[in-house]
Design a protein around this ligand. Structure first.
Ligand code: FE
Length: 232
């Protein structure tokens, strides 16, 4: 969003008495701060307007906000999920607990977030996660959703033609592999437990976690071993 737009929104809000809708908090909490079409959604505009107003009034520091976003995007981000996956790969009992009650298993590693279900990829089942309504996402373990996850194309096509979408992401599945598409909501989100790649028997938990990508935990990629790592 441009500065000009921020300023316009701030001005508009001030003129309107800067009423803060109670829907704002709930919208942010549920990851609905994104657009469904070309224009940002009403909650997104409200959030941006509120941010601009608070910055203008000196109530918050934009640099601090940017740092917070950066943390969720790049640091907290998918690394939490990767640690969970690696633990499940090396600890069969943990994996059982994770698949049965994901939130409790996440709490064991110190992660807390909205209600989550973990679905396991196998040689015969490939899981794909989407939020057809908007962009509900397991941010506690994956950070902020990528832009494509929020796109209208992904949200609609992953349900209509999941195999086609997977091919575009570079994942070609054999005909005998069942594709399961999970439609996340604000109340229930999904995380894919990818298959542990072959040739990783010698790797420790931290090394395994380093292989796990965000895309693999959304289900649009498989976990692979880089060439140089194949000899480990
Ligand atoms: Fe959503």
């Amino acid at each position: 969003m441009t500065t000009t737009r921020r300023e316009l929104l701030s001005a508009g809000l001030v003129a309107a008495g800067a009423a803060v809708s109670p829907s704002l908090a709930s919208a942010q909490e549920h990851d609905h701060d994104h657009d469904h079409q070309d224009m940002p959604s009403d909650p997104a505009l409200r959030a941006k307007a509120l941010e601009s107003l608070m910055v203008a009034k000196g109530l918050v520091d934009r640099a601090a906000l940017d740092a917070l976003v950066d943390t969720y995007e790049h640091k907290v981000g998918p690394r939490n999920g990767a640690r969970v996956v690696a633990r499940a790969w090396v600890d069969a009992e943990y994996k059982k607990r994770l698949l049965k009650n994901a939130n409790a298993a996440l709490a064991e590693l110190g992660y807390r977030g909205p209600t989550l279900t973990v679905v396991e990829n196998t040689a015969k089942i490939h899981n794909l996660v989407v939020c057809t309504l908007c962009s509900c996402y397991p941010w506690a373990v994956l950070g902020l959703p990528p832009v494509w996850y929020k796109s209208a194309a992904y949200r609609s096509r992953s349900v209509i033609d999941p195999r086609g979408v997977l091919r575009e992401f570079g994942v070609t599945l054999a005909d005998d592999v069942e594709v399961r598409v999970w439609d996340g909501t604000a109340d229930l989100r999904y995380l894919v437990l990818p298959e542990r790649p072959a040739g990783t028997q010698g790797l420790g938990e931290a090394e395994l976690a380093a292989l796990v990508t965000r895309d693999a935990m959304v289900g649009v990629a498989k976990v692979s071993v880089p060439r140089e790592g194949a000899h480990a």
